[in-house]
Design a protein around this ligand. Structure first.
Ligand code: SF4
Ligand code: SF4
Length: 100
């Protein structure tokens, strides 16, 4: 099994930037996020990297807990822009949840 599946990241370019593959899973964003736990938003970005499209849809309620404070984006050492990725995932879910 491949550790990286580029198909889903490619699909998401329609809804967000293409920075998810810049993430090297350091966990800084998850450590600084004031609102949520369980490795959010890092875990969502990892789902993108491995092509776990269904996991995003199954756990989409978590996305709406993000208030876009920007702390994750400001502290990411890879400029992966996790805040914008979460916003793009919201757009993706809104466009796809009825199809799932
Ligand atoms: S801080 Fe950036 S590089 Fe680190 S896990 Fe979060 S998105 Fe990935
Ligand atoms: S923008 Fe969202 S995911 Fe990022 S630190 Fe703020 S609440 Fe957490």
């Amino acid at each position: 099994m491949s550790l990286v599946n580029l198909d889903f990241a490619e699909e998401l370019k329609e809804y967000s930037g293409d920075t998810a593959l810049e993430c090297f899973n350091c966990g800084t964003c998850a450590a600084i996020c004031p609102l949520v736990n369980d490795n959010f938003p890092r875990r969502m970005i990892r789902y993108i990297q491995v092509g776990a499209r269904e996991k995003i849809l199954e756990n989409s309620d978590e996305l709406w807990r993000c208030l876009h404070c920007g702390l994750c984006t400001h502290t990411c050492p890879r400029e992966a822009d996790p805040g914008e990725i979460i916003l793009g995932l919201k757009r993706f879910v809104l466009a796809n949840w009825r199809k799932s």
